[in-house]
Design a protein around this ligand. Structure first.
Ligand code: HEM
Length: 338
């Protein structure tokens, strides 16, 4: 937990310095977060002042209020039961600011909870129920397979096929994105933690959970006709017109791990029928453009949490922190002067 954005900024600056002098720090499988962000820049171009992934997005704000029962599960102040102010950011995966809203890739919802003691707690989720890779090394390999071929300026489909064949774990997320058209609105989309997290209450009882934010508006995907007829930039306008009708709400629901469920592999769903519990409601009351908005300069590092919620040993979750710090450092340092 930290009081402002200076901690990730310092981390970002030290990582950026490391990138000049060394291959980058070593994480779990020795993948360099600097190499990951360099490859994002190679694939998507550099857009000064912008995120290197999930570049296109929109800000929102509101509160999160936990249920009474939530306190039995975690002592985190996010779940005190009092309304906690939240800054949210909705986004599309990929590093291009002009990514079409009809693209078949993940949508994100990131949340920053501002805690009564001045601390912060972050969550950054996707609309796919599973993730595409189980390790940072595979994430980098996937990006490399999608890099433009110098001869054609386009990704080599053979390299992408070879990557998919060597990584059958990508199938779950790919099948979901193939089977479901993109969301009709950020407001009518569930968002998943994907990773497992460790909840601990005041009595030091520990439960491992995954969570999802379930939209009270219901889940709606674009229908096939809308998919071809929809303009490339409808999501921000749709969110603004939805909020004009009143607050948008999601229920936060945790799923409890049972013995044998993976706590480290976000590509593997837990078996159906696991016990679930609603532990709070997110209520968003305003929406604003990303440029100059409250979410623009936030690093939604999912490893920034408050006491009572902690990371599992999922190597993807742990790696994200360093990659976000590199991207955050670069976008702060190359932002055009105002
Ligand atoms: C090794 C795996 C991953 C890497 C290297 C990675 C990398 C990144 C980077 C560099 C950014 C931009 C950060 C910034 O400039 O602030 C980003 C944004 C984001 N990522 Fe990931 N990511 C990974 C996995 C995931 C997973 C598993 C999820 C969901 C559970 C996720 C959800 C998001 C979201 C929602 C954003 C946008 C956050 C915002 O609105 O600022 N990512 N990712």
């Amino acid at each position: 937990m930290h009081k402002n954005d200076s901690r990730p900024l310092l981390a970002a600056l030290s990582l950026a310095t490391l990138s000049v002098t060394a291959a980058g720090p070593v994480f779990a499988d020795e993948t360099s977060p600097v190499a990951v962000v360099d490859t994002m820049e190679k694939n998507f171009g550099v857009h000064p002042g912008q995120r290197r992934n999930h570049t296109k997005g929109v800000c929102a704000a509101g509160t999160f209020t936990a249920t009474q029962d939530a306190r039995q599960l975690t002592r985190s102040p996010v779940f005190s039961g009092k309304p906690v102010p939240v800054v949210a950011r909705f986004s599309i995966a990929g590093g291009r600011p002009n990514m079409p809203d009809t693209a078949r890739n993940p949508r994100g919802m990131a949340l920053r909870f501002s805690l009564p003691d001045g601390g912060e707690h972050m969550m950054a989720m996707l609309h796919t129920p599973v993730f595409g890779v189980a390790t940072p090394a595979a994430f980098l390999e996937n990006l490399q397979a999608a890099s433009p071929d110098p001869a054609t300026g386009k990704p080599d489909p053979e390299k992408q096929k070879a990557f998919a064949a060597a990584h059958p774990e990508t199938k779950g997320q790919a099948d979901f994105l193939k089977a479901n058209n993109p969301p009709a609105s950020y407001a009518s989309t569930p968002y998943y933690s994907l990773h497992a997290f460790r909840f601990e209450n005041r009595a030091k009882q520990v439960r491992y959970v995954r969570w999802q934010f379930v939209p009270q508006d219901g889940t709606r995907f674009l229908d096939d006709a809308a998919l071809t007829g929809t303009p490339p930039d409808f999501l921000e306008a749709a969110l603004k017109s939805r909020i004009a009708q009143g607050p948008i709400r999601w229920d936060m629901v945790v799923t409890f791990a049972e013995a044998g469920d993976t706590l480290t592999d976000p590509t593997v769903p837990w078996p159906e029928g696991r016990k679930q519990q609603r532990i709070g409601t997110l209520e968003l009351k305003s929406v604003s453009a990303q440029a100059g908005g409250d979410c623009e300069k936030v690093n939604f590092d999912p490893m920034v949490m408050s006491d009572g919620v902690a990371a599992s040993d999922d190597p993807v979750l742990r790696f994200r922190s360093a990659a976000y710090a590199v991207s955050f450092g670069r976008r702060l340092s190359d932002a055009p002067a105002k």
